[in-house]
Design a protein around this ligand. Sequence first.
Ligand code: SF4
Length: 322
Amino acid sequence: MNGYSEERLLTRDEAVTILQTPDERLGTLIDKAGGLRIKYKGKKVNVQLLTNVRSGNCSQDCAYCAQSCRSSADIEKYRSISDEKLFGDNDLVNEKHLARHCIGLSGISFTDDEVEELADRIRKMKAGGTHICCSIGFLTEKQARMLKDAGLDRINHNLNTSRRYYPSICSTHTYERRIENIRMLKSIGFELCCGGIVGMGETPEDVADMLLDIREIAPQSVPINFLLPIKGTRLGENEPPKLTTEYCTKVLCLARLMMPKADIRCAAGREVYFKGQEETLFRIVDSIFAAGYLTAGGQGIDDTLRLISSLGYEGAVESTDE
Ligand code: SF4
């Protein structure tokens, strides 16, 4: 913990060293990350609600994903969620003054008609003032502009792991294709959400490399997921990941130290790896999901908001029904 600061970009070696911090020195690391959290984010916590607009039947073979057609996980599959559910969730985001409505669609490519249908639904939700982020495979530039014109604020496209390790978790598309897609989205003015998954068998060097690439992208939001292996997926058949709360904490601290001004989100795995450790967690991250991780369930909105205020933090409002 030798003098790195937000004024000087961390090197790869320093990043790896942080991930290898001895557990007895974790408190010092949290203090450092916590200082940056307060400096740039105050006591705010962004709470997002996630709605899965399309579920399952994806042609890709991402090893962690229950929505891949290679997965035999027992999930609900549908082409398009009902208006009732989508707009009902959107109303909840506004009524509860959550930061954002995240919508996810399984699949890698979409027809222009499908994107136009989605754009119509986004237009309706934007009329209520909701801040919307959409997670959606690979778009053509024309399709990305259709969503931009509909008012979509932000797009999520994760790197998931390092360039080196990517072929071990997916063989049906490349890391480079993800990078190119993100560059295109950035060039047309979207806010970006870009993060990854920890616990898929990667090394600390892979985590550092992924975060270095994310830092270069400079997204507004960095979701870090901690693997919850799902039975029926390739990673669900392996030994469970050897993740400890301490290691997960180091990853989040590293993300904060590398990108102090970004929203650092503890996404999937929060209720498992940080159960009862939320006080420590909020010292580092300023963003969480309220309910639902696509296919893995989550904590309810009211419980989440109560937890935040009981620990002396306040929900950040970006959406409004006013
Ligand atoms: S592309 Fe997305 S939906 Fe498809 S298998 Fe990979 S993570 Fe799952």
